[in-house]
Write a protein of this length. Structure first.
Lengths: 360, 529
């Protein structure tokens, strides 16, 4: 029974101490991902190899690389958080990255003619960067709508519908590219050179453009979650779907919108991915969904829905990215990195169990 | 003064047998709160000891200590003359103490008998589950209890009240010596309560000690031998039931005098706000509602009486647009216009609010603050433009309504899970008030909340009625309906079987109408949702 009306407790020393401890714990857990980030950051500095008296981890170039590597996970985590907030999960984002990266490369580079049944032959030429990006983002929305609609219409858990999409999108990527990677080149007759901006670093060649995209996406979504009814309703649906419906919220519409945004951000990550690698390959981005989910969970979100923040998810993405970077700098092989990453996710979630009950 | 010796006599007589269990100077602290402060409580074999008190008085905490849920406390528990210390509920169960929780602890997907034997399955050859033996035993148990419940029925196909009875059967199956019942009747119909009481009397005859927690004073006086009152974590009095009057009991519970529990405010009735014609609801082969027509006027409180499974909840839900058009039929006029309400969203936008039966499951987002819950249905009132929320206006409105409704909460950022039942219910009411509701559909609005909070809720309803809000009020507590309603409709098996204006309320006639179609079978009806 939630006892709120308290008898004025006689302030004993232990009581006082316990209350203080509780308050400190609440504070730490509230910003759990930040404390985690600081700890990982310090560890990375301490364990970084030193060359000519310079800490390699702290070098501009390395930090810039970390930001670039985190960008895709961060964008994916932003979308994934929305779906996790409503108590769902999207397992398809890795495949969607592969599909949209392949698609982007294809649209930028296609040439010659395309023969279609019934329609005859179509003359196709490379698309402009804006056009290609627009088409791919719309493709993302369509995939997300499909994920959301099938989940809602047939009352299938999103674990299953997006697992299906994981397979479907990967298959489509292979079909689209005929099983081979599509290279992007900026020679004459090749891709629109303005697409290359996605590979650049601005401000003294330090800040990678993908990182800016990630921060912009995260910032906008953080505002949406805090200041719009859509954001408020996501949390409410995740907390109690029945109560939300009986309070007049269009539960189905909002859930579908969450899936659409998730795949939209996956498409965005796919475009960045294609630009970074200068190609679109159907075999890329395997397991990215797990990184995105791990980032969201490390950021303090609950897989039951209703709890989680964008800032946490981005911090989670950075924790994973810095950890990867730290292990690579120390020449730890990639297999061991996977093991460490797994243990980290487990530890972060286990830590949630010590969260005091009254944390807002 | 003359009565004093007699009182002593009665007490001495009851105490001849030594207590089966006594709790001595129990103190339990939670961070910042002393939930129990030196509480001493005992129970004798063959006694029904009622424990009453407002929400938050410490009843549940005391019982959780007794049943081994809380193991960290000061004081001692003496069972049959020996000091015991339980490490978990299983220890307590082994010692013969079983608690039937307010929150149901059944696995919805399993059947009745599977739940009854959960963790204690009958086995043959040491490991193979013997379903036949379990079914037979469960059948016998149901027969002994006089319950008409099929042991093979899955729990999730039963109404809350029937689940409660299964929970009780499960506890009895443990051969317990002490049974703690926390609000066992909050979801039961009168007939089921009678069943329960006969079961309790039977237990008493077998020297089982029963601890009975309830907010319903009528029940306490009809079943309890002894009554203890808890207030703010202390026992303020223990007395034999026959030595204390209802008014004395209420006074000692709330610490102040509640002159009139449910005052009826005089209200000038306005024009018709809701008119329902030939409303029917059919789910699969079950005709849940059959051709129901009714009217509610502005400022009018219309009660809906009936047994469980009569279709009361579904009536409210159908008006609220919960069911798809394939299932529901009939016409609804609201505010003078015919309306086609297909979703709860449309209902709320018109000005109809439903306060559902299951507060925690259907009305609140427990893990979110008071603010978010209070504006859940009314967010559109707080937009700058587009769908951007004006947090300051929201905060202001919530602060005001928390004040108006006297919601006791440390702050508007407190999670509603941490509020007491009565205050949670007020948050639900606040949610619809902010949404500018003109007609309230209330489903058991006072279920499981204490006397003081009940009176406050009804006072609030009266005030809103004076301002012209209409009410369709479903309640299993007939005395409450009789006290506050202008008119009472009676449902039985999905049909309207009676209508009583305030001048001619008649408890017996209402009960007759509520049971008209229940043939020989008077027990808990097998009708499902």
């Amino acid at each position: 029974m939630g006892t709120v009306t308290s008898t004025p407790a006689t302030p004993s020393a232990t009581d006082q101490a316990r209350r203080t401890l509780n308050r400190v714990l609440s504070f730490i857990f509230r910003f759990q991902s930040f404390f985690g980030l600081i700890i990982v950051f310090i560890l990375a500095i301490v364990y970084s190899p030193v060359r000519n008296g310079d800490n390699i981890f702290m070098s501009e170039r390395n930090l810039s690389n970390v930001a670039r590597d985190v960008a895709e996970t961060g964008i994916l985590a932003t979308g994934q958080l929305l779906v996790i907030l409503i108590g769902g999960i999207d397992l398809s984002v890795g495949s969607v990255v592969a599909l949209t990266a392949t698609g982007t490369a294809y649209l930028l580079m296609r040439e010659g003619s395309l023969s279609l049944p019934l329609l005859g032959t179509l003359d196709v030429s490379p698309m402009s960067a804006e056009m290609a990006i627009g088409v791919i983002l719309v493709l993302g929305l369509i995939i997300g709508w499909w994920n959301g609609w099938t989940s809602e219409r047939f009352k299938i858990p999103s674990f299953v519908t997006t697992l299906a999409m994981l397979s479907i999108a990967r298959g489509l990527a292979h079909i689209w590219s005929d099983n081979i990677a599509v290279p992007i080149s900026y020679r004459a007759g090749g891709a629109d050179p303005s697409f290359e901006i996605l590979r650049e670093r601005i401000y003294n060649n330090i800040i990678p453009v993908p990182a800016i995209i990630m921060f912009a996406a995260a910032f906008v979504m953080a505002l949406v979650l805090r200041y719009t009814s859509f954001g408020r309703h996501l949390y409410a649906i995740g907390g109690n779907q029945t109560a939300s419906r009986l309070s007049g919220i269009s539960v189905t519409r909002i859930k579908i919108a969450a899936f659409m945004l998730c795949s939209f951000f996956a498409a965005m990550a796919g475009i960045v991915h294609a630009a970074q690698l200068n190609q679109g390959s159907p075999n890329e981005a395997v397991g990215y969904e797990l990184n995105a989910i791990a980032a969201v969970v490390i950021g303090g979100a609950s897989l039951m829905g209703g709890k989680g923040t964008i800032i946490g998810a981005i911090a989670g993405a950075f924790i994973l990215g810095i950890l990867d970077n730290m292990l690579s700098l120390n020449n730890v092989d990639s297999n061991t990195q996977l093991v460490v990453k797994g243990l980290l996710v487990l530890g972060a979630v286990a830590l949630q169990q010590f969260r005091p009950r009254d944390v807002e | 003064m003359v009565e004093q010796p007699m009182h002593m006599q009665a007490t001495a007589e009851a105490h001849t047998a030594p207590p089966i269990l006594s709790m001595r100077s129990i103190t339990k602290r939670f961070p910042g709160v002393i939930a129990l402060d030196g509480v001493t409580f005992d129970v004798h074999p063959g006694e029904v000891h009622a424990l009453v008190g407002e929400n938050g008085a410490g009843k549940s905490t005391l019982m959780n200590i007794m049943s081994g849920v809380y193991t960290d406390f000061e004081g001692q528990i003496v069972l049959n003359g020996e000091t015991v210390h339980f490490h978990n509920p299983r220890d307590a169960q082994k010692a013969g103490i079983v608690m039937i929780h307010q929150e149901l602890n059944l696995v919805p997907e399993l059947t009745v008998y599977e739940n009854i034997f959960l963790g204690r399955e009958h086995k043959s050859f040491g490991s193979i589950i013997n379903r036949r033996s379990m079914r037979r035993t469960a059948q016998k148990l149901m027969f002994d209890l006089g319950l008409d419940i099929d042991p093979n029925r899955p729990i999730n196909r039963m109404r809350v009240g029937q689940r409660q009875l299964v929970e009780i059967a499960k506890a009895l199956n443990l051969n317990s010596r002490i049974i703690i019942m926390d609000e066992p009747t909050s979801a039961l119909s009168d007939a089921e309560v009678e069943y329960l009481f006969s079961v309790i009397r039977n237990l008493r005859a077998h020297d089982v000690g029963v601890i009975y927690i309830s907010h319903r004073l009528d029940e306490i006086f009809s079943i309890a031998d002894r009554i203890s009152v808890l207030r703010d974590g202390k026992v303020v009095g223990t007395s034999m039931a026959k030595d204390i009057s209802r008014q004395e009991l209420i006074n000692s519970m709330v610490g102040r005098s509640l002159d009139v529990l449910y005052p009826k405010e005089a209200v000038e009735l306005g024009d018709t706000i809701l008119k329902v014609d030939h409303l029917s609801l059919r789910q699969g082969r079950t005709q849940v509602l059959d051709d129901i027509s009714l009217e509610v006027r502005r400022g009018e409180i219309v009660g809906v009486a009936g047994l469980m499974g009569a279709g009361r909840t579904q009536l409210l839900e159908t008006i609220f647009g919960v069911y798809p058009h394939g299932q529901a039929s009939g016409t609804v006029w609201f505010d003078g216009q015919q309306r086609d309400i297909r979703t709860p969203k449309e209902a709320i936008e018109l000005g109809i609010g439903l306060i559902a039966e299951d507060r925690k499951g259907q009305s609140l987002v427990l893990e979110q603050p008071v603010t978010e819950n209070a504006t859940l249905a009314a967010l559109r009132e707080f937009f700058y433009f587009l769908n951007i929320i004006d947090h300051r206006a929201e905060r202001k409105a919530v602060t005001e309504i928390v004040d108006d409704l006297n919601i006791k909460t440390p702050s508007i950022r407190t999670m509603v899970a941490n509020l007491s039942g009565g205050n949670q219910q007020k948050v639900v009411i606040a949610k619809f008030l902010l949404a500018k509701i003109k007609l309230f559909l209330l489903d058991e609005p006072t279920r499981g909340i204490d006397v003081g909070a009940k009176a406050e809720v009804y006072h609030l309803i009266g005030e809103l009625a004076q301002q012209g809000t209409g009410f369709l009020l479903v309640s299993s507590e007939l005395p409450e309906l009789l006290a506050v309603c202008d008119r009472i409709l009676v449902l039985c098996n999905g049909r309207l079987t009676g209508e009583f204006p305030r001048g001619s309320f008649d408890q017996a006639a209402i009960m007759e109408a509520a049971t008209r179609f229940n043939d020989a079978e008077n027990g808990p009806s097998q009708q499902q949702e």
